[in-house]
Design a binder for this molecule. Structure first.
Ligand SMILES: [Zn+2]
Length: 349
């Protein structure tokens, strides 16, 4: 079976691709997984359209995809928690288990981390992969492969909500109604927020946001001042948390404006250039600022919340393609249709 290969910027092909032999050898603590569903991430699309993200440059053909679920087909000799036939989702970043970052409990910022579809590491739009048991999570029967492939982006929102230290009844603002903004809004509600305002310029995206929960309020940033709205709704006090999920320098420059004294700003959206940061506005609020990079060990929480119904990601999955249509799926994703949140690809079983 074929793999989806980014040959170079703007060129994808579905073809046989020889994977390095070492990568296919199953170690005692590894499992072999047959891939089932893979989500198309903004980063996959960015490598396709730009050939790079910051310092990571596609210099050689690379298989795309990192948001995945599948079925275990083989286990290493020392694997105890998984067996052939188990349905699973996989965490795509593998740190060095002996690194200082890992030992300090923040393996996501380990400089040695190997993350799927981040050059030179291949992604998983391919028939099978070998993955450590420790980064492979068994799915309850009531969590579908499609929902499980949403755990990776959801993990970003859950990590952000965790860093914000949300308290029950908090009011939050999420800047940006893209997939990450929406999973962050759902995570903030799951963390106890009474209300989450989501702001964007695209009306269709705000409609989707509001459809997720009666506690989500869409604010069209092109028509209404977010700061005025928050001030009006909080007797002038402001919101407890602002999540920046646009990656836009302009939006990021205003992150402190709607924030209440003692509030928290969490920077999520990737910023490729230095951004304006109003230290004075942060200071007069004694604002706490958190930055996140992916996530660290929140996959089990995400799976538990999908299973219990605390979080429902199904409305975010707006289109599903057969693997044979992968190239077309990426062309459509690159055109960023306003009515789509997450597109997924299903591999033949
Ligand atoms: Zn992703």
């Amino acid at each position: 079976m074929k793999s989806l290969v980014l040959e170079r910027k703007d060129e994808l092909s579905l073809r046989d691709f020889p994977i390095d032999k070492d990568e296919e050898v199953i170690g005692p603590r590894d499992v072999r997984i047959k891939l089932h569903t893979v989500g198309i991430c903004g980063s996959d699309v960015h490598y396709y359209t730009h050939g790079r993200i910051g310092p990571f440059v596609v210099n050689e053909p690379m298989i795309l995809g990192h948001e995945a679920s599948g079925t275990v087909i083989e286990t290493g000799s020392d694997v105890t928690t998984l067996k052939a036939g188990d349905r699973v989702c996989m965490e795509p970043g593998i740190p060095d288990p002996n690194s200082k970052a890992t030992r300090l409990g923040m393996y996501n910022v380990d400089p040695a981390v190997r993350f799927w579809a981040t050059p030179p590491v291949h992604g998983i739009l391919r028939p099978t992969c070998v993955h450590p048991e420790a980064f492979t999570f068994k799915l309850p029967d009531n969590v579908s492969f499609a929902e499980a492939a949403m755990v990776e982006p959801l993990a970003v929102g859950v990590h952000a909500a965790t860093k914000a230290k949300i308290k029950p009844g908090d009011i939050a603002v999420v800047l940006g109604a893209g997939p990450i903004g929406l999973v962050t809004a759902l995570s903030a509600l799951a963390g106890g927020c009474a209300r989450v305002y989501v702001t964007d310029l695209a009306e269709k995206k705000l409609e989707i946001a509001e459809s997720l929960s009666p506690a989500i309020v869409g604010v069209d940033a092109g028509k209404e001042s977010l700061v005025d709205r928050i001030k009006a709704d909080t007797d002038g006090w402001g919101c407890d948390v602002v999540f920046e999920a646009t990656g836009s320098p302009k939006a990021a420059a205003g992150v402190f404006e709607p924030l209440a004294p003692g509030g928290c700003v969490v920077m999520i959206g990737g910023q490729s250039e230095p951004i304006a940061y109003d230290a004075g506005a942060a200071m007069i609020r004694e604002a706490r600022v958190e930055n996140i990079f992916r996530y660290a060990h929140v996959f089990p929480r995400c799976v538990a919340m999908l299973s219990s119904g605390t979080i429902d990601v199904k409305p975010l999955i707006t289109r599903t393609f057969d693997f044979a249509e992968s190239v077309r799926a990426f062309e459509i994703a690159a055109s960023a249709p306003a009515g789509d949140v997450k597109m997924q690809i299903e591999l033949p079983q």
